[in-house]
Design a protein around this ligand. Structure first.
Ligand code: PMV
Length: 341
C-alpha cells in the first residue's frame, strides 16, 4: 500500500465568483479574487491510499462513507490526474489500483464557509502527490471539483482569471501577491449558523444566471473594474479601498441572490445586524477599519488589520454575546501554501 496525507487552507473571496458560463467544465462568468487563510484553524486534511488489494474506490468525509463512483466531480478530478500520471509516465504504482480516501474538515461543511474549496484543493493536491505528478495543472483540475477550489491551490492573494476560451485552458488561478505581502491582514470568521445551506451554490448560481438581470451588469461592468482596483489597493496596502470594494462586492453578490427568481436569501437577521455593526464601527473610527464579506451562507468573514482585532472582538462579544462567545472563530489570515504532512 502507498499513501499520502496533505492539508489545504480555505480561501475567502473579496470579489465573489457567482455564475458559470460552462457547467461541465466549471467556467465562471466573472473573474474572482480571494485571500487564502492559514491552515491551523480552518483546513481540510486528506489521506489517500492506493493498494492492489482494494476492490473499489471508496471515500469517507468527516468519518462517514460517501459515494465515490457516483460523484461526477470527484470522478472528473481523479480521471484528470490519472491522465496526467499516464502522460508523465509516473511509475509509483499501477494506475488500475483502487483508492481509499479519507477527508476531514475542522470547520462546518457546506455552511457557506468555503469547505468545498479547501476540500477539493486538498483532494487534488493529495492525489497529485500520490500519483507523483507535476503540480502545474492542479488549479484547473481543482476547478473542476469546485470552482473556488482552484484559488486554494495558492497562498496569499489569488485571482481566478475567468478566461475566454471554450476549453477552459485559460480559466486558471494565479497568485497576485504572496502570503507575506500584507502580514498584518487578519480575518475573523463569525459563525452565525453552522447548518448546511438550503440552496447549494451550484443551484443558486444556475438560477441567478437564468433569471437575474443584475448579474450581467455585475459580470461585464462591475467586476472587471473592481478586480483592477482591488489588486492596486492590495499592492499598496490601502485597507480603506480594499475594505470598501470588499463590502460593495459582497452586497452586490447578495443583491443578485435577491434578484434571482425565486430569490435565494443566504444572509439572515444576524448577518444584517453584523453589517450594521461594521458600518457603525467604521463611522465611529472615522475610516474603513473593518470589512465584511458573506459567501453563500449567513456567516460573516471580517477582514481587518491586526491592530484592530482586540477592539473589534471585545465589541463583538458585547453586541452579540450569545452568537459570538462559543461559535465565532478567530482565523489568522497569514496564508501559507498547501502542505504534505
Ligand atoms: O466553489 P463553489 O461552487 O462552492 O462556489 C463558491 C461561491 C462563493 O463562495 C459564494 C464565492 C466565492 O468566490 O468563493
Amino acid at each position: 500500500m502507498i499513501s499520502e496525507t496533505c492539508i489545504a487552507p480555505v480561501n475567502i473571496a473579496v470579489i465573489k465568483y457567482w455564475g458559470k458560463r460552462d457547467e461541465e467544465l466549471i467556467l465562471p462568468i466573472n473573474s474572482s479574487l480571494s485571500m487564502t487563510l492559514s491552515t491551523d484553524q480552518m483546513c481540510a486534511k486528506t489521506t489517500a491510499a492506493a493498494s492492489a488489494t482494494f476492490k473499489e474506490n471508496r471515500m469517507w468525509l468527516n468519518g462517514e462513507e460517501v459515494p465515490f463512483e457516483g460523484n461526477p466531480r470527484m470522478q472528473k478530478c481523479l480521471d484528470a490526474l490519472k491522465r496526467l500520471a499516464e502522460a508523465e509516465k509516473s511509475k509509483r504504482f499501477p494506475l488500475e489500483w483502487k483508492l481509499h480516501i479519507c477527508s476531514e474538515n475542522n470547520f462546518p461543511t457546506a455552511a457557506g464557509l468555503a469547505s468545498s474549496a479547501a476540500g477539493y484543493a486538498c483532494l487534488v493536491y493529495t492525489l497529485a502527490n500520490l500519483y507523483g505528478v507535476e503540480k502545474s495543472e492542479l488549479s484547473s483540475i481543482a476547478r473542476q471539483g469546485s470552482g473556488s477550489a482552484c484559488r486554494s491551490i495558492y497562498g496569499g492573494f489569488v485571482e481566478w482569471v475567468a478566461g475566454i476560451k471554450n476549453d477552459g485552458s485559460d480559466s486558471i488561478a494565479i497568485q497576485v501577491q504572496p502570503a507575506l505581502h500584507w502580514p498584518e491582514m487578519r480575518v475573523l470568521i463569525l459563525v452565525v449558523n453552522d447548518s448546511r445551506k438550503k440552496t447549494s451554490s451550484t443551484n443558486g448560481m444556475l438560477n441567478s444566471v437564468n433569471t437575474s438581470d443584475l448579474i450581467k451588469h455585475r459580470a461585464n461592468v462591475c467586476v472587471p473594474q473592481r478586480i483592477l482596483q482591488i489588486k492596486e489597493a492590495i499592492a499598496r496596502k490601502d485597507f480603506k479601498t480594499f475594505g470598501e470594494i470588499t463590502m460593495r462586492d459582497s452586497n452586490q453578490f447578495h443583491a443578485i441572490c435577491l434578484d434571482t427568481y425565486p430569490p435565494c436569501a443566504y444572509m439572515n437577521d444576524t448577518s444584517h445586524a453584523i453589517v450594521n455593526f461594521i458600518h457603525q464601527y467604521n463611522e465611529t473610527r472615522g475610516d474603513v477599519k473593518v470589512a465584511y464579506t458573506f459567501d453563500a451562507g449567513p456567516n460573516a468573514c471580517l477582514y481587518l488589520l491586526e491592530e484592530e482585532v482586540a477592539n473589534v472582538l471585545s465589541l463583538l462579544n458585547k453586541v452579540f454575546p450569545n452568537d459570538n462567545s462559543e461559535n465565532s472563530e478567530y482565523v489568522k489570515g497569514i496564508p501559507i501554501d498547501l502542505q504534505k504532512v
